[in-house]
Design a protein. Structure first.
Length: 395
């Protein structure tokens, strides 16, 4: 069996909304349907019935995104009912996992045209109530928030594994001696790069605003923030000696992203020039409390499989779950030029709608490679409970 080349023809995303912000009134299945419809409309020569499958990442799935949000997006977007859809969950890496699974299906000949993406509405994530062991309990019952992090934790899990995500970032800061000032400086740079990219129109070909929502730009970017303003924020997870604050962490967000993937036959049907070609991917595991360093080995493996080194990279989109986590990864890649990392801003400024972020990163890398005309790009994320995921693209 021959392995087929897989091309990214197009990539779109919504502006990223803040928690309780401009997209909070929009259901996640509607957000997903919007980017699917926008993607199809941008390739009018392609018959929508030719889409073999739709893969969508979704980290929660506990609310309006239940019942296979990928299939719901297909139906709500008005695609033919013959187009199937599957939802995948690798927590923060779900959107990138969807891209990788779609690419794998095309490479093996199981599909010719696929849509891959991700969605999350952290604003609309519900509270859940466990069923009681016996009917009609007389006492109070506990609601669990499904917005973020551990809940209903298995008691067999070691306590050192189940620390909060923020405490995990603090552990990475401890491991690499990353100071509060370094984290704040990283966060400030993220906001400045994102604001500059929007001002230059670098996101114009990528972002498709949701109809009726008064949001045309990522909502969490703070153009006027400063080191002085960031320094005033209190640590959010450690009261004594903490360095991780709301200002140097990614916020809670709502948004969706989607990519159109094809083989050679599908490419001819679209009549378009591809943005990039998918080369290799890799996934790895690490101690759950050190999840922030998950990308370190995944990136090395993906580059090795591609026969590439850090010196070959044109651009690198590394998800900024926390500034400390990103700086910890960079410390373990001394060969990497930090200037090529997140040149248009990262999640600290843009936001991190969990299931959508990986698709956003892959789409951003593809658009950046198309703008450059050639090169090698990489997208990578850390993942809660201790995993790392990486994807290499080329043009």
């Amino acid at each position: 069996m021959s392995i087929r080349d897989v091309y990214i023809v197009d990539a779109v995303r919504t502006p990223i909304g803040k928690f309780g912000g401009a997209l909070a009134s929009v259901r996640p299945d509607d957000l997903a349907a919007h980017v699917v419809r926008a993607l199809v409309d941008r390739s009018p020569a392609l018959d929508p019935a030719r889409v073999d499958d739709v893969y969508f990442g979704d980290a929660n799935g506990a609310g309006e995104d239940n019942r296979d949000v990928a299939r719901m997006a297909v139906l709500l977007a008005g695609l033919p009912v013959s187009v199937p859809g599957v939802t995948v969950n690798r927590l923060c890496g779900s959107g990138l996992e969807a891209v990788i699974q779609a690419a794998r299906a095309i490479a093996l000949g199981d599909a010719s045209v696929a849509i891959a993406g991700g969605v999350e509405s952290m604003s609309r994530a519900p509270w859940v109530l466990q069923k009681p062991e016996r009917a009609f309990p007389a006492g109070h019952q506990q609601l669990h928030s499904t917005t973020l992090g551990w809940r209903m934790t298995n008691p067999e899990m070691p306590a050192e594994w189940t620390v909060s995500l923020g405490e995990g970032a603090e552990l990475v800061a401890d491991k690499h001696g990353i100071t509060r000032e370094q984290q704040d400086a990283f966060a400030l740079a993220s906001h400045r790069k994102a604001a500059e990219a929007w001002a230059k129109g670098l996101y114009d070909d990528e972002v498709v605003p949701y109809p009726g929502a008064e949001l045309t730009r990522d909502e969490c970017i703070r153009d006027s923030t400063s080191m002085e303003a960031l320094a005033k924020l209190k640590p959010a997870f450690r009261t004594e000696g903490g360095t991780v604050t709301p200002g140097n962490s990614s916020p809670l967000n709502d948004g969706a992203a989607a990519l159109l993937l094809v083989d050679e036959d599908g490419l001819r049907e679209t009549g378009r020039e591809p943005l990039a070609r998918i080369r290799t991917s890799a996934v790895t595991g690490i101690e759950p409390q050190l999840f922030g360093l998950g990308p370190v080995e995944a990136v090395r493996r993906a580059l090795g499989k591609a026969g590439r080194s850090f010196a070959d990279l044109t651009t690198f989109e590394l998800n900024e779950a926390f500034a400390a986590q990103s700086l910890g990864c960079l410390a373990e890649w001394p060969e990497l030029d930090p200037e090529i990392v997140n040149p248009r801003g990262g999640a600290v400024a843009i936001g991190h709608p969990l299931g959508a972020s990986g698709a956003r990163l892959a789409g951003s890398v593809a658009h950046q490679l198309a703008a450059a005309g050639s090169g090698t790009g990489l997208a990578a994320l850390c993942i809660g409970v201790g995993q790392g995921l990486a994807l290499v693209l080329e043009r």
